[in-house]
Design a protein around this ligand. Structure first.
Ligand code: ADP
Ligand code: MG
Ligand code: ZN
Length: 490
């Protein structure tokens, strides 16, 4: 190992990810307050429990527990039969009780894993644990009458949060982003969380360290937070690996610290030294009994799980013959996937691969452009009927796109659009023969060229017939008929 080698090849990054997801429950974690806090007036969704007033008692939100258990099953984790609540003590103005109710020694789920694709092939990350806890309030630093003040909004206080922590298995910034993306898709599929990073429903924190290649012991880790998009997760980790590499190369020591991602500067900055575990003085929550999960309840939750993204990708590929790429595009877009499934069900005679092409192509292009009344107007059965018309040669591919665009915009039935626009393809030999005669008479030079052995002229002549019939001729029939006529001795 010499200093002349590029730093990237001398060091290896070690990354562990902690993700907090806001769970999609109707009420908060330990009280009856509504979770509909988006856009609500500050401190309008609070009660004595989530304000941490003395003398109150928490009650457990069953749905939140079920979401964590469902996540546990989805990542093939061990789900606890006995779990417990613990107090995590610290003082901060957004935490009115002075502690957060969390799970420490006995998380609801442990030892799971998640497999996903990367540009280097499939990669599996071991998940250490998934547990349940409550969110804090929100501090707003503002200026009021020329004074700098800190305001507190307790609406978020007591919102249910699931924390999912990986083992330090990840080695690249791309793997970390892909892990977070796959977990987000999983949360949305299960319905546990909307998991949108932009509004804080999903918060990704990365623990990053580097070590000389070949060394087994981990280096000192730095925690990076405040990334509010998947792209930011990847950039922040890549930046941090580079920063640590340069520092270690220069003989500096890495300190345990929490750093923030500065989107404008595209760099991380020091926020605070990292707390030690024992600073939190965890102890069992005395106001809540241990939580027991019966085998029947667990079985029920497991049975309710929807088809998971990995299984769906596999089904699309192996049973419906889609490419890995198309399968992935569909699995990542719930509306598109529903349209595809609906069209396949509506007409099993149409090859699913063709339907997938229309959904990932024309449908997604129009949906992205927000044209017309859009996604909602598209009827899976109409899409299947349209593709069937293309397959049996009743309508040209070009005209089919126009029909689909009108159906997308108005919801009008495919056969009625085809009739109204006069798109029914001309497959009648007599009608085609007339068009062909006209074209041959008008292009004697091309005819001579063809007969002199320039076979490629045929494409030009087919094009002329298509033009003469405003695209309505059956191109296959035209080609055959032309060839027959031209090959015939004069
Ligand atoms: P805390 O929650 O106190 O930050 P944890 O022990 O729960 O600490 O670990 C948090 C995350 O850091 C986990 O995802 C873990 O895999 C990861 N991690 C632990 N040690 C390292 C390290 N040396 N380098 C990178 N990540 C690490
Ligand atoms: Mg942690
Ligand atoms: Zn409340």
């Amino acid at each position: 190992m010499t200093a002349a080698e590029p730093a990237a090849s001398r060091y290896e990054a070690v990354i562990g990810i902690e993700i907090h997801c806001q769970l999609k429950t109707v009420s908060k974690m330990f009280c009856g307050c509504s979770t509909e806090i988006d856009g609500a007036a500050p401190n309008s969704h609070c009660c004595p429990v989530c304000l941490g007033l003395p003398g109150v008692l928490p009650t457990i939100n069953k749905k939140a527990v079920e979401f964590v258990i469902a996540t546990g099953f989805a990542i093939e984790a061990k789900v606890a039969t006995t779990t417990r609540w613990d107090r995590k003590n610290y003082f901060y103005p957004d935490l009115p009780k002075g502690y957060q109710i969390s799970q420490y020694q006995l998380p609801l789920a442990a030892e799971g894993r998640l497999t996903f694709d990367t540009s280097d092939g499939p990669f599996t990350v071991c998940v250490r644990r998934a547990h349940l806890e409550e969110d804090t309030g929100r501090l707003i630093h503002a200026e009021l009458d020329g004074r700098r003040v800190s305001l507190i909004d307790f609406n978020r206080s007591g919102m249910p949060l699931m924390e999912i922590v990986t083992e330090p298995d990840i080695r690249t910034a791309e793997q970390a982003r892909r892990y977070a993306e796959e977990l987000r898709l999983l949360m949305q599929t299960i319905g546990a969380s909307d998991a949108e990073m932009e509004n804080g429903q999903m918060r990704v924190e990365a623990n990053v360290s580097i070590r000389p290649r070949g060394q087994e012991a981990f280096g000192t880790r730095v925690e990076v937070k405040n990334m509010n998009s998947m792209r930011a997760v990847e950039r922040a980790i890549a930046f941090e690996i580079e920063r640590q590499t340069v520092a270690v190369d220069a003989g500096e020591k890495i300190h345990m610290e929490t750093r923030g991602w500065d989107e404008a500067r595209q760099s991380t900055y020091h926020m605070r030294p990292k707390e030690e575990e024992n600073d939190y003085r965890y102890f069992p929550e005395p106001d809540l009994p241990p939580l027991l999960t019966s085998p029947e309840w667990l079985a029920e939750i497991k049975a309710r799980l929807p088809e998971l993204p990995s299984a769906r990708r596999r089904r699309y590929r192996d049973e419906q013959g889609l490419s890995a790429y198309d399968a992935d595009v569909l699995v990542n877009d719930a509306t598109a996937a529903a349209l595809f499934e609906g069209a396949v069900a509506a007409d099993p005679a149409v090859p699913p691969k063709l339907l997938a092409n229309w959904v990932t192509g024309e449908y997604m292009r129009l949906a992205k452009g927000g044209e017309g009344s859009g996604a909602a107007a598209v009827d899976p059965a109409e899409l299947a009927a349209l593709v069937e018309l293309v397959v049996d040669g009743s309508i040209s591919g070009t005209n089919a796109k126009e029909v689909f665009a009108e159906h997308f915009a108005t919801g009008r039935g495919v056969s009625s659009i085809v009739k109204a626009r006069g798109f029914e393809q001309i497959s009648d030999a007599g009608a085609l023969g007339t068009a062909i005669d006209t074209v041959l008479a008008a292009n004697p030079a091309a005819v001579a060229d063809y007969r002199a052995g320039k076979a490629e002229v045929l494409g030009f002549l087919v094009g002329q017939v298509m033009k003469a019939t405003r695209g309505q001729a059956n191109a296959g029939m035209v080609q055959n008929a032309l060839r027959e006529r031209l090959d015939k001795a004069e």
